[in-house]
Design a protein around this ligand. Structure first.
Ligand SMILES: C[S@@+](CC[C@H](N)C(=O)[O-])C[C@H]1O[C@@H](n2cnc3c(N)ncnc32)[C@H](O)[C@@H]1O
Length: 285
């Protein structure tokens, strides 16, 4: 079906059934819901990938993507086109303010174990490195400056590859404090900056689908950040995921969620943080 002539022709619109099939597949596998308003987004991104492969029909491509292990490889490529991976350093500054005062307080209480921080849906690494910078800043004057570890997890292998590289253009660092840039990034030339090895060494990135949280090995987390991921999920699923995350916190641990991402959710073990700029909770104990 490979044809240079065909590649230039627009694909036909998706039928309602085809749209539903793709919608269901994406939601079943990732939790991400594409409503009717995002039909154009789905169609544009699917057809761009189909064009690259020389596949002319949505149904044929659907069969390819759902075809066992071979399909899984293609699915992983397609996933990057169908999920939003937008992120930036210290996105939503108030959440990081809350984190830093929380960590400072924890430091004053004394540390027996290194802090474990987790960025759920870490995209290309800006969030886990921001968490690492916050922890490193709080610990800078302490006797144990490296007494923390950050785990970043995401469903996208491509995003994780970028996160592990820890290499960003000057533009990505534009909003970052000058002093932090100098302390935690090294110029690579051609407008690129790499996370310093002392910080990168504290951050580990791994693939994890939040739909499979029950199987995830993460426990005993001091801090969990889950921002700008749940907005793509159904309400009941957001709550289910947050319930799982709450159970992964140590007593006294901090959970930070994107503002407005879950309305009216409560957990018997969690106490809301009294700061209206953020949506955050600490675990009792
Ligand atoms: C918009 S980014 C948010 C990045 C970062 N948390 C922030 O707030 O800037 C959402 C990320 O969630 C990831 N994602 C989507 N569905 C996922 C799933 N089921 N499991 C894990 N990660 C997922 C995407 O690949 C993407 O990198």
């Amino acid at each position: 079906m490979q044809s240079g002539v065909w590649a230039l022709q627009p694909l036909a619109d998706m039928t309602a059934t085809e749209f539903r099939d793709w919608q269901t597949l994406l939601e079943e596998r990732t939790g991400v819901v594409l409503n009717e308003r995002r039909r154009a987004f789905l169609q544009t991104n699917l057809s761009a990938r189909m064009r690259e492969l020389g596949v002319a029909e949505y149904a044929a491509y659907y069969r390819q993507v759902t075809d066992g292990p071979r399909g899984a490889v293609e699915w992983s490529t397609l996933l990057d086109r169908l999920t939003v991976q937008e992120t930036r350093f210290f996105r939503h500054r108030p959440s990081f303010d809350v984190l830093e005062s929380y960590l400072s307080e924890r430091l004053q209480q004394g540390m027996s174990q290194p802090w474990e921080l987790w960025s759920v849906g870490c995209a290309s690494g800006e969030e886990p490195y921001s968490l690492a910078i916050s922890a490193a800043e709080v610990l800078r004057e302490a006797d144990t400056p490296d007494f923390y570890g950050v785990t970043g997890t995401d469903i996208s292998l491509n995003a994780l590859r970028k996160a592990r590289e820890g290499d960003y253009t000057a533009r990505r660092l534009e909003l970052l404090d000058e002093e932090l840039c100098q302390r935690y990034f090294v110029a690579q030339g051609e407008g690129h900056f790499k996370v310093v090895s002392t910080l990168a060494g504290r951050v580990c990135c791994a693939r994890l689908n939040v739909m499979e949280l029950a199987k995830a090995p993460m426990t005993g987390m001091d801090v969990i950040f889950c921002q700008n991921l749940l907005i793509y999920f159904r309400r009941w699923r957001r709550r289910e995921i947050l319930n799982h995350l709450a159970e992964r916190l140590v007593p006294g641990g901090l959970l930070v969620v994107g503002v407005g991402e879950v309305a009216g959710w409560q957990h018997p073990e969690l106490i809301p943080v009294a700061d209206e700029r953020v949506l955050a909770f600490t675990r009792k104990g």
